[in-house]
Design a protein around this ligand. Structure first.
Ligand code: CUA
Length: 350
């Protein structure tokens, strides 16, 4: 029988091999550093300041961690004579009290200063004013005119012009939500009976994704939206188009879809018109999103599905499966042809 030895098995460890193993780990955080929903890819002044502050806090935290680990290693592995010196009163007072107090106080002052600058309280007279209301589980968006009255109403998608200050009045219709577009600004709570103001600016055109950042019950995680930053010219054209009533159906198929949508004998507790508005038609429900130009949006169901006839039909027929507990019942009353007609009509509302 071979004798069993207790010698460790030696695995040759080449530089190349360690690089091969470690390199993929180093790449892991990279996908999170850019993208349409990332605090690490700031696209506005407020988001830039937040990102710089986060990196400084991370760097200081990392420095403190490494220093403490170095002391721990020294205490464990240095000769007893040397490690005993670490118990000196002077080292404990300086390293254990003085240094943390100075470093953390500096961070606190820096953090408060930056936060103060981000939450600027001065009103910008030239700012575009938009009111956003958090609802379970979608976003009502109202563009306000000079007198503060809603001029255009839409849902689940916010358009803003680049390089212009934008002032968002954030409200809630039911419970606490939180408005967050990571690429442009920090999150701000939407509190029932209270208005919070968020000022932001986009530096370049782009489509960014936002998300409700406060648990608001049921499908909270499925309460998202898109923010489209565009040139002032494109923005003005968009706003003008949104202010117009809905397009008339161009074909008999779309006409059939509109008739079904407007029907008040749908055989359900609620018909489409009880909850949705389509300006220019008798549909004037206020419970759910305004659908006057629903076909022009990037997504449906509050940022969770791409917008096309297929997803619209799927959403109408089985919204409770796609977004459980949302306020819209699944409409299983339509035949396949009827469902396609309603979905095609909504998709045509550009
Ligand atoms: Cu709304 Cu979470």
């Amino acid at each position: 029988m071979m004798p069993v030895t207790s010698r460790p098995i030696f695995i040759p460890w080449s530089k190349q091999r360690s690089v091969r193993l470690v390199a993929p780990l180093a790449l892991l955080p990279l996908p999170a550093c850019s993208g349409i929903q990332s605090v690490l890819d700031p696209q506005g002044p407020s988001a830039h300041q937040t990102a710089v502050m986060s990196w400084i806090m991370f760097a200081e935290g990392a420095l403190i961690f490494l220093t403490v680990m170095a002391f721990v290693a020294y205490a464990m592995f240095a000769s007893p004579n040397r490690s005993a010196k670490m118990g000196r009163r002077q080292l404990i007072v300086e390293g254990g009290i003085l240094v943390p107090v100075v470093m953390l106080s500096a961070l606190l002052v820096y953090g408060l200063t930056v936060t103060d600058a981000i939450v600027a309280t001065t009103e910008e007279p030239s700012a575009l004013r938009i009111e956003i209301v958090g609802e379970q589980w979608w976003w009502r968006v109202r563009y306000l005119d000079g007198a503060g009255k809603p001029s255009v109403v839409t849902a689940n998608e916010v358009h803003i012009p680049i390089a212009q200050p934008v002032e968002l009045s954030l409200r809630s219709a039911d419970v606490i939500h939180s408005f967050w577009v990571p690429n442009l600004a920090g999150k701000v709570d939407m509190i029932p009976g209270h208005v919070n103001t968020l000022r932001l600016k986009a530096e370049r055109p782009g489509v960014f994704r936002g998300q409700c950042a406060e648990y608001c019950g049921g499908p909270h995680a499925l309460m998202a939206f898109y923010l489209v930053a565009q040139s002032p010219k494109e923005f003005n054209a968009w706003l003008a188009a949104q202010s117009r009533p809905a397009k008339e159906p161009r074909t008999s198929f779309l006409e059939r879809g509109r008739t079904l949508f407007l029907s008040t004998e749908c055989g359900k507790d609620h018909c489409c018109v009880d909850c949705h508005t389509i300006r220019g038609t008798p549909a004037g429900g206020q419970e759910g999103p305004d659908l006057t130009h629903v076909g022009s949006r990037h997504s449906i169901a509050a940022g969770i599905l791409p917008n096309n006839i297929g997803t619209l039909a799927g959403w109408i027929a089985d919204s409770q499966h796609i977004k459980p507990e949302n306020r819209m019942p699944s409409f299983d009353i339509y035949s396949g042809a009827e469902l396609r007609a309603v979905a095609a009509y909504l998709e045509s509302l550009k």
